[in-house]
Design a protein around this ligand. Structure first.
Ligand code: 7TS
Length: 407
């Protein structure tokens, strides 16, 4: 990384605190990341100087707000290698982006007997919207199986599954529960070879790895700002322009119309026809600052830092007795998920909290995956740019303390 580790840590005010008398170690980054000073300043600066509604006013502040909001869209397009800012729809996050496609695309194109292909490792956000779509359209859901504890997709099954009347294939880039990194470009190529539309859930990857939609070759891609140093409540859907243009709106209301009569209306073009109502303007501005911040560090550097920490944590945890580590043996993201046979995950997290260590315990919104692994929950540590190997050493010490305490 061009910036030093110490300088990166200093840019995150929230990290400089003690919890129950211990220096905070924040290992819950897969849930949400912390925000650097530049993002906090961009959001408060907007409210202090430019606050106004977008696209409606003719006055100076409204112009500034509109320009800043649309500049964030152009920045998001460049950030993920989209061909045009018209391919970026701002949403509340990954969940809403997936719901948009599951609603507009599925309603338009699916009929009874068609299939939607998912994987067994999906977050509920990339499962439940498709269940609702299947219920509405009469389509059926099918799944690429996961191998077991190492959490890899059984890709030898993929082509046969795709050939079974599948119309859309939606899958995660990085698993939030296992740290698996899926070969997204290959998955998209194999789907495309069979004329299947693809959606990539990039919630765990967009702020952690270099990502380019044209290289990946996906049709849709969804992400959240808050998992990549940006504010909560803002994210985006990337969609290939011809696909977005052919879709009906998802929500109706102000901002998205060209002309309204009592009985019918005409929509604006893409992407605005998908953005009904006053958008999260300050969120988009904060997201813009977050993208600048991450690119200043460099996503290649972030990717290798995160993977190094993921690998290091896995290696340290493997050396503990009576601990079941999940996720791939190699090539894992900065996520370590594990199960202690004698201790409930929530007890581990509560104990760790008293040592200033923020972990997460539960099903991580992947209940079907947990069931597949024969578990109800795991303990998860997830890392980001400001975390260090020293923090992982301390974390392993706390896990050993917990094992000793619970016998
Ligand atoms: N997809 C993946 C792979 C995720 O990890 C998450 C959130 C989502 C979708 C949903 O994102 P949202 O921003 O729309 O909520 N994952 C987690 C998690 O692992 N712990 O808390 C949230």
């Amino acid at each position: 990384m061009k910036k030093t580790m110490t300088s990166i840590r200093e840019e995150f005010p929230v990290l400089d605190q003690q919890v129950y008398g211990h220096d905070l170690i924040y290992f819950d980054n897969a849930a949400t990341t912390q925000k650097p000073r530049s993002v906090i300043d961009a959001v408060s600066g907007y409210y202090e100087k430019d606050n106004s509604n977008v696209h409606r006013g003719i006055h100076a502040l409204s112009h500034r707000a509109t320009e800043a909001y649309e500049a964030a869209r152009a920045r998001a397009a460049a950030f993920i290698g989209a061909g045009s800012e018209k391919e970026i729809v701002f949403t509340r996050g990954t969940t809403e982006a997936i719901n948009l496609v599951a609603s507009s695309w599925c309603n338009r194109y699916l009929k009874p007997g068609d299939r939607i292909l998912l994987t067994e490792m999906e977050h509920h956000s990339n499962l439940v919207p498709w269940q609702l779509a299947a219920e509405r359209t009469g389509a059926e859901l099918v799944f690429v199986p996961v191998t077991g504890d190492e959490g890899l997709l059984q890709l030898d099954r993929l082509d046969a599954l795709l050939a079974g009347n599948v119309k859309l294939f939606a899958f995660t880039h990085i698993s939030n529960a296992l740290g698996t990194i899926n070969p997204v470009a290959e998955l998209c190529r194999r789907a495309r070879d069979q004329g299947v539309v693809t959606l990539v859930d990039a919630a765990q990857s967009v702020g952690h790895a270099p990502l380019d939609v044209s290289g990946i070759g996906c049709d849709f891609l969804a992400f959240s700002g808050h998992k990549m140093c940006g504010p909560t409540g803002i994210g985006a859907l990337y969609g290939r322009r011809d696909l977005l243009e052919a879709l009906p709106p998802y929500h109706g209301g102000g901002e998205m119309i060209r002309k309204v009569d009592l009985h019918r209306s005409e929509w604006k073009g893409v992407p605005h026809k998908f953005e009904a109502g006053t958008p999260h303007i300050s969120g988009a501005i904060g997201l813009h600052a977050a993208m600048d911040y991450l690119d200043e560090i460099g996503r290649k550097a972030i990717y290798s830092h995160d993977r190094e920490l993921g690998e290091y944590a896995a290696e340290r945890l493997r050396s503990l007795r009576n601990l079941r580590l999940l996720g791939p043996p190699a090539e894992r993201a900065g996520i370590a998920s594990f199960h202690l046979p004698n201790v409930h995950a929530h007890d581990v997290v509560s104990f760790a909290d008293r040592r200033g260590l923020a972990l997460r315990g539960g099903h991580h919104c992947t209940q079907p995956l947990m069931k597949r692994l024969g578990l109800e929950s795991t303990v998860r540590a997830s890392f980001y740019i400001y975390n260090t190997k020293e923090e992982i050493d301390r974390f392993v010490e706390v896990i050993e303390e917990i094992q000793a305490f619970f016998g």
